[in-house]
Design a protein around this ligand. Structure first.
Ligand SMILES: [Ca+2]
Ligand SMILES: [Ca+2]
Length: 253
């Protein structure tokens, strides 16, 4: 059941952005136990998935399905490296394919400083243009570690979707649906969401997939928009408190 939650538009700061020390002064040394902001690129491959799992379920029956996902070469020139994660959806428009991780569970939404990813997709039967992989975050805002809402970043609400073309989506600065996709007019920014739920944090589990995790790049359950299509994901970029990890999805070598 979709519903629309009205959120006050209040500007709040999404975390603290460290300022660079003036050139004339020596750079401050981080306090013990505090790591300096950094960006790290890691390779996700069949032999080392870095905490990411591929699961699938049927949205109509809630039955687990065998995932169709695989790490493959291409298509075209991926955002990073030579490959990407491939999802396949056939005739069953209730199939939901999830690429999830629990590695960020428990972290505060307010400390997110980067959320970005790249997509490519095509229709198999040519009947309908396909929509890109979307991003779902499971949120607890009451502090009991039980999910209250889900935030959905839907690329089509954030720009023009192209077929058979790599595109990069900046979900951190984009607009999000609450508990589904009610169109861009009802979406909120993370800043707006945090104004209403300042203690929001990422939480396991949410519907679908015994092996869960709050951060989930998924396809499916989108009617003809994600049916009989092939979908690809790469360059998943996630940052908290200025520390950013770029996951380069790659096939086995
Ligand atoms: Ca790649
Ligand atoms: Ca809760």
């Amino acid at each position: 059941m979709k519903y629309v939650r009205k959120l006050a538009v209040i500007t709040v700061s999404l975390g603290t952005i460290p300022l660079a020390a003036p050139a004339a002064y020596p750079a401050a040394t981080p306090a013990s136990g505090v790591s300096a902001a950094a960006t790290t690129t890691v390779r996700v491959s069949p032999g080392n998935r870095r905490g990411w799992t591929s699961v699938a379920f049927d949205a109509a029956t809630n039955a687990d399905l065998k995932s169709t996902q695989s790490l493959v070469k291409g298509p075209g020139r991926p955002a990073l490296g030579i490959g990407s994660l491939r999802y396949a959806i056939g005739d069953n428009s209730n199939r939901v394919e999830q690429f999830r991780t629990a590695r960020y569970d428990g972290k505060r939404l307010a400390s997110v400083t980067a959320l970005k990813y790249s997509t490519w997709q095509r229709s198999v039967d040519g009947a309908n243009p396909q929509q890109p992989v979307y991003l779902r975050l499971n949120i607890d805002y009451t502090g009991d570690n039980v999910m209250d809402e889900q935030l959905y970043y839907i690329p089509a609400n954030n720009g023009t979707v192209l077929q058979r073309t790599w595109q990069t989506w900046n979900a951190f600065t984009g607009i999000w649906g609450i508990n589904g996709d009610d169109g861009p007019q009802n979406d909120v920014t993370l800043t707006q969401y945090l104004a209403a739920h300042p203690n929001a944090k990422l939480v396991n589990n949410g519907p679908g997939g015994a092996a869960g995790g709050a951060v989930d790049f998924q396809v499916g359950a989108a009617g003809a928009n994600q049916q009989n299509g092939r979908f690809f994901l790469d360059a998943v970029t996630i940052g908290f408190s200025g520390n950013t990890t770029i996951f380069n999805l790659e096939p086995a070598t």
